[in-house]
Design a protein around this ligand. Structure first.
Ligand code: SF4
Length: 438
């Protein structure tokens, strides 16, 4: 029997696009993991629609489609096409788990939550012709003995970041706008260190990315993992929380094990904003000192900021840019607050009647889909484009990158890559809010 698993492309937005050379970014592990959970009797194919078109003339027995919220309109279109061709479609993932009834208008069946616990049962039911509409994982899956994702089913040259890993799931925090805890639960789960090391040894690459939402979410575990990584002489990056700056040993091991960079969600320089989004453990006052400590340990920081929070007014963009320059952040990513279904932010903005656009394709954190409090929709959109462009001028790149000779080439290369995106953003007074230009 033939199973075709499809990752859709995002029609709008600034991230996840295919480069001029035809490569997608990081490999996502969701479909290779589903493939690994599928019994051998199935012939499984993974199709990443970002790099390959869908061939509706093929005759799979079953199609599985997933996607983030901004990709879901594409995912629904793909699902509709397959169903018109008479093929049964199953959908799952973060968005589908939050909006299962919406997804059921496009699929024969949906998986709610992590697929590990229900996938084999779903396939059995399908074979017997007894597929149910909903398969809901009734608990979180354990991380011992997890399957190794079927990377062999992916076309390696089509990805710029082929080797990605997962050591933990979830995050010990619960920020209002984040879908991580909504999907993965409040429990921070970790894989046995030996399993992680075996998987890394298995793919034999010297450079990879941990897809974890917060690799330092449990300091004791992170230290054990980093200690075991040292002999492998690899380089890696991940997402991490700024709290790691408080633990010198954790910083030392992060760097010593090859941790070259960390994506850190600083999110806002307003403590009021941080408190409101239940991110009080992020202390705006402590950011500068924390950044210094992380830099001193030899770790580059890609800081992430969210705009449009209730305490933000139009001055937030200039204040944030000044902070980035003063602290010589190695790079920064910016996001417009986006009420992703399933999150607390979605519930709050929905209740307050502030969601103004429900085109999921715009939910890629680069377009305004809600009514902000402290500025107009246009000011928020224009400010987002402005700070992106200003952060990645050649002058700004040099000033920040030259903070130290260590890792200079890496920093310049990363900044030039962000600059390519920034240059495609509309200038003030230009074609605002037209990501289709990208
Ligand atoms: S710290 Fe990051 S991953 Fe964790 S809940 Fe907050 S935004 Fe999400």
């Amino acid at each position: 029997m033939k199973l075709l698993l499809i990752l859709p492309k995002s029609e709008r937005g600034y991230w996840g696009k295919v480069s001029k050379s035809g490569k997608a970014g990081f490999v996502r592990l969701n479909l290779p993991t589903i493939a690994a959970l599928t019994p051998n009797e199935w012939d499984v194919e993974i199709l990443d629609n970002r790099v390959r078109p869908v061939d509706y003339a093929a005759k799979p027995d079953l199609v599985g489609v997933t996607g983030f919220t901004s990709e879901i309109p594409s995912a629904y279109e793909i699902a509709d096409n397959w169903r018109r061709a008479g093929v049964t479609v199953v959908m799952g993932g973060v968005h589908v788990s939050a909006m299962p009834d919406e997804a059921l208008a496009h699929a024969d069946s949906v998986v709610i939550g992590e697929a590990e616990l229900v996938w084999a049962g779903l396939l059995d039911d399908f074979k017997r012709g007894e597929l149910k509409k909903k398969y809901k994982a009734d608990r979180l899956c354990g991380m011992e003995g997890m399957v190794i994702p079927r990377r062999d089913l992916l076309d390696r040259p089509m990805f710029s970041g082929f080797y990605t890993m997962q050591a933990t799931r979830g995050c010990p925090f619960n920020c209002d706008y984040c879908a991580v805890t909504a999907f993965f639960g409040k429990e921070f789960r970790v894989r046995p260190v030996a399993d992680v090391i075996d998987e890394i040894k298995g793919f034999g690459a010297k450079e990879f990315f941990f897809m974890d939402d917060n690799i330092v979410g449990r300091a004791k575990y992170a230290k054990e993992l980093f200690t075991e990584l040292i002999p492998l002489k690899v380089t890696w990056g991940s997402q991490a929380s700024v709290t790691m700056a408080k633990d010198p040993e954790l910083l030392r091991l992060y760097a010593a094990s090859g941790g070259k960079y960390a994506f850190i969600g600083l999110e806002s320089l307003s403590q009021k904003n941080l408190d409101r989004m239940h991110k009080s453990w992020n202390s705006a006052k402590g950011f500068k000192e924390a950044i210094e400590k992380i830099h001193d340990a030899g770790i580059n920081i890609i800081g992430s900021f969210v705009f449009g929070l209730d305490d933000d007014d139009p001055t937030v963009f200039k204040t944030t840019l000044d902070f980035i320059m003063e602290t010589k952040l190695d790079a920064a990513q910016f996001h417009i607050l986006t009420p992703l279904p399933g999150t607390v932010t979605y519930g709050v903005l929905e209740k307050e009647g502030r969601i103004i656009d429900r085109d999921w394709a715009k939910y890629h954190t680069g377009e305004v889909v809600f009514q902000p409090k402290g500025m107009t929709v246009e000011e928020l959109q224009a400010g987002y484009h402005w700070i992106f462009r200003e952060t990645y001028t050649i002058g700004s790149i040099l000033k920040r990158s030259l903070r130290s000779r260590r890792g200079l080439i890496y920093r310049i290369a990363a900044n030039l890559s962000y600059r390519k995106k920034a240059l495609k953003m509309p200038k003030a007074g230009g074609n605002q809010g037209s990501p289709d230009l990208l």
